[in-house]
Design a protein around this ligand. Structure first.
Ligand code: GAR
Length: 207
């Protein structure tokens, strides 16, 4: 099987992107991040890309009249790099059905909660809601992206306890450590062709 070409879409800090690149290398996963695209021109993720020697591009949604033309431009660039798997890593735009159809079952996202709990929120908002709710366990979820936000078939979840003295910020730090484990693992399984989607379920095949 040929090496898996990965494209990462980001909007901000880019620690998941960096964890993906570093783990792929360290664990010799048969995949390569070919391109990182940011919709935010000064995203810290772009600096990381430079340090990691990964080609990067800014495609700012503000430069386009319609969502369709913004997404067509992304599709064109991703095609140029022959991307077969798209990883949303802190990408804060909702993608339209056009994009989903083009990359059916080829888009993953990471969310900082145990979905379906706390869906539809972003970043620190998630951890704030977790603490307010009084739940004792939280974590992260890697899932395939479908047209319904944060509701696609779940690939991997990692759980951690919520401590009594946790703040949204302290929780975010500990969940992020789990994210950095979960996302590369999901990419590894995809690269090994071991993820089988059956309706809402993702079956992980043995080698
Ligand atoms: C991550 O915690 C990710 O789970 C979250 O944004 C952060 C991005 O951090 N994504 C969402 O909330 C999506 N709804 P990073 O840029 O350092 O990877």
């Amino acid at each position: 099987m040929s090496q898996l070409s990965v494209g990462v879409l980001v909007s901000g800090r880019g620690t998941n992107f960096e964890a993906l690149v570093r783990t792929i290398k360290r664990e010799a996963i048969d995949a390569q991040v070919k391109i990182v695209i940011s919709n935010i021109p000064d995203a810290l993720a772009l600096k990381r890309a430079e340090i990691l020697n990964i080609p990067s591009l800014v495609i700012s949604h503000r430069d386009f009249k319609s969502r369709a033309s913004f997404e067509q431009t992304m599709i064109r660039e991703l095609t140029r790099y022959d991307v077969r798997l798209i990883c949303l890593a802190g990408f804060m735009r909702i993608l339209s059905p056009v994009f989903h159809k083009h990359y059916q079952n080829q888009i993953m996202n990471i969310h900082p909660s145990l979905l379906p709990a706390f869906a539809g929120l972003q970043g620190i908002q998630v951890h704030r809601a977790v603490i307010e709710s009084g739940v004792k366990i939280t974590g992260c979820t890697v899932h395939f992206v479908t047209e319904n936000v944060d509701a696609g078939p779940i690939i991997i979840q990692r759980a951690i306890p919520v401590r009594e003295n946790d703040t949204p910020e302290s929780l975010a730090v500990r969940v992020l450590l789990e994210e950095h484990q979960a996302y590369p693992e999901a990419v590894r399984l995809f690269s090994e062709n071991r993820l089988k989607i059956e309706g809402r379920h993702v079956r992980i095949l043995d080698i």
